[in-house]
Design a protein around this ligand. Structure first.
Ligand SMILES: [Zn+2]
Length: 459
C-alpha cells in the first residue's frame, strides 16, 4: 500500500469520533421530503451540506428546484472526473410509537451485533453519503487537495419520487456529465461481502383483451359451439413458456448476453441459499429456466410473467356464462441489450398469430418500457473499485444484481449518457424506511476507508 494512502486511512481512523459527530449533526435535521411541513428542514439540510462541502474546498451551492434544492459542488483537479450522488432527504418516521427514541436525536448504541448509530436517515442515505464526504475530508487533510476532479450531486427528493431530478439533469447536462458516476445508496451482499451492484433489469408491460362473441352468452344455448375467450386466453398464456421455463416468443433471447465466466464464478462463490430465500415466502423449489442457477434467474435472465388475468363471472354463486371477453396483464423483466419496444412488438405478433377465428386482441397500452441499465463493467474503473473494496473488507468484492430498481442509475445512462457504479455499505437489518433505523459504525468507518481506497485507485 502506498504510504500516502496509508496516511489517509490512519487519518480516517483517528478522526472517526468527529466524523460521527458531523453525521449526527446532519441526522438532527428532519429533512422529510414528502411532507410540506418539513420543507424548511430540507432546505436546512441542503445548506448544512453546502457549508460542509465548502469547508472541504468545494465550490458548492444549494440550487433551487420547484421542490427541494439540489446540492451541487465542484472541486479538485486532474482525471478522472467523477460524480458522486447521494440523497439528503429521508422517509417519514411514523408510526412514531414504534421508535424506541426520538428519530432525530441520533445516538451511538452498543448492540449484540456491534455499535450502531440510530436515527432516521442514518443508513438511507445520510450515513452513506457522508462516507464519501469524509473520505474527501481525510484526503484533503493529508494531501492538502482532493484526489481528482470531483462533482458532488446530492438530491433532496429521492424518497418522494424525484420529481425534479430529470428536469434538473436535463437542464444542467454539461455541468453534471463526468467520466463516471458513483452512487452510495445500496448495501453489502449478505451483510459482509463488499458489493458493486451492476445489472438492473428493465421492464416492459402489456395489457390486453381478447374479444369473441358480441355479448355474453348462455352456456346452455351456446356452450360447445361458441368460442370461449377465457379458454383462448388460458391457452395463450400457458404457451408463453415451454416445459423448461423458456419464453416462447420468437427472438426473445436474441439480445440477451450470456453471463461472463468471471461473473458466473463470482456468483457461484456467493453460495446463495435459494432454499431460505424461497422459504421466507412459503416456497421451496425454484421455478423458471431449468438450466439456470437461482441467482442467474434473478440477476441476469429475462422473464415473462402473467400479473393478472380475469373475465367471466367472479361474483358469489354461479352464473353459467360464456363471456364475450377475457383480460390479462403480462410484464417482462429485461436484461442486457433487450429493447422494450422490440420485445413488446414480438409478443404482440406472437399472440396475434395464435388467436383463432372469430377472436381478436385489443391492446390497451403503448409500446414502451425501460431497458436494463447496463454497467460497462469492462470499464477498468470497476475492476479497480472491486480490488479496493476487497482490500478493505478482507474478502473478494463481487458484482451483484439488484432486486429493487434504482432509477437514478438508469437516469445517469439515459439522460447523461454515463455509467454509474453503485457501491454501498448498508445491511439488511438497517430497518430503512422503518422505525429504529440504524447504520453500523463499522459500515460508516469501513465505508469511508473504502471510498478512500477507491479514490486512491481511480485517481
Ligand atoms: Zn436511499
Amino acid at each position: 500500500m502506498p504510504k500516502d494512502l496509508d496516511d489517509v486511512l490512519t487519518r480516517i481512523d483517528t478522526d472517526l469520533p468527529q466524523a460521527l459527530d458531523r453525521l449526527s449533526d446532519l441526522l438532527r435535521i428532519p429533512s422529510i421530503s414528502t411532507d410540506p411541513a418539513f420543507k424548511p428542514d430540507c432546505a436546512r439540510a441542503a445548506d448544512w451540506l453546502v457549508a460542509d462541502l465548502k469547508s472541504l474546498g468545494f465550490n458548492a451551492a444549494a440550487r433551487p428546484t420547484p421542490g427541494h434544492p439540489m446540492v451541487v459542488a465542484h472541486g479538485g483537479e486532474g482525471g478522472p472526473h467523477l460524480l458522486f450522488y447521494g440523497h439528503y432527504d429521508v422517509q417519514p418516521v411514523d408510526p412514531l410509537s414504534l421508535w424506541h427514541r426520538d428519530p432525530f436525536d441520533p445516538v451511538i448504541e452498543d448492540t449484540p451485533k456491534g455499535r450502531v448509530i440510530r436515527a432516521r436517515g442514518s443508513s438511507d442515505d445520510k450515513g452513506q453519503l457522508m462516507t464519501f464526504l469524509e473520505a474527501c475530508r481525510a484526503w484533503k487533510a493529508v494531501h492538502g487537495r482532493l484526489p481528482c476532479k470531483l462533482t458532488i450531486f446530492l438530491e433532496g427528493e429521492e424518497e418522494s419520487g424525484s420529481p425534479s431530478l430529470i428536469p434538473f439533469m436535463t437542464a444542467n447536462k454539461a455541468e453534471l456529465t463526468t467520466d463516471l458516476a458513483l452512487i452510495c445508496d445500496t448495501g453489502l451482499y449478505d451483510n459482509s461481502v463488499p458489493a458493486i451492484s451492476t445489472p438492473l433489469r428493465g421492464l416492459a408491460k402489456s395489457e390486453f383483451t381478447i374479444h369473441a362473441a358480441s355479448r355474453d352468452l348462455h352456456s346452455g344455448a351456446y356452450g360447445g359451439l361458441a368460442r370461449n375467450p377465457l379458454h383462448v386466453m388460458a391457452q395463450l398464456l400457458a404457451d408463453l413458456h415451454d416445459a423448461n421455463g423458456r419464453v416462447m416468443v420468437p427472438g426473445f433471447y436474441d439480445d440477451v448476453d450470456e453471463l461472463p465466466d468471471t461473473l458466473r464464478q463470482q456468483w457461484q462463490g456467493l453460495a446463495f441459499d435459494h432454499g431460505s430465500y424461497l422459504g421466507d415466502v412459503g416456497l421451496s423449489v425454484p421455478a423458471g429456466e431449468a438450466d439456470r442457477t437461482p441467482l442467474e434467474m434473478l440477476w441476469s435472465r429475462p422473464t415473462a410473467e402473467v400479473n393478472g388475468m380475469w373475465g367471466g363471472y367472479n361474483g358469489q354463486g354461479f352464473k353459467t356464462v360464456l363471456p364475450a371477453e377475457a383480460h390479462a396483464k403480462v410484464s417482462f423483466r429485461l436484461v442486457s441489450r433487450q429493447d422494450p419496444a422490440k420485445v413488446l412488438t414480438a409478443f404482440r405478433a406472437w399472440a396475434e398469430a395464435r388467436i383463432p377465428a372469430d377472436c381478436r386482441i385489443e391492446w390497451h397500452d403503448g409500446i414502451n418500457g425501460s431497458p436494463a441499465s447496463i454497467m460497462s463493467i469492462t470499464n477498468p474503473a470497476f475492476e479497480k473499485a472491486r480490488l479496493a473494496l476487497s482490500e478493505e473488507w478482507g474478502r473478494p468484492a463481487v458484482f451483484v444484481g439488484e432486486g429493487g430498481s434504482i432509477p437514478i442509475a438508469g437516469y445517469f445512462k439515459s439522460v447523461l449518457g454515463m455509467d454509474a457504479m453503485l457501491v454501498g455499505f448498508a445491511k439488511e437489518d438497517d430497518q430503512i424506511h422503518s422505525p429504529n433505523e440504524k447504520y453500523d459504525v463499522e459500515s460508516f468507518h469501513k465505508g469511508i476507508r473504502s471510498w478512500a481506497r477507491i479514490l486512491g485507485r481511480l485517481a
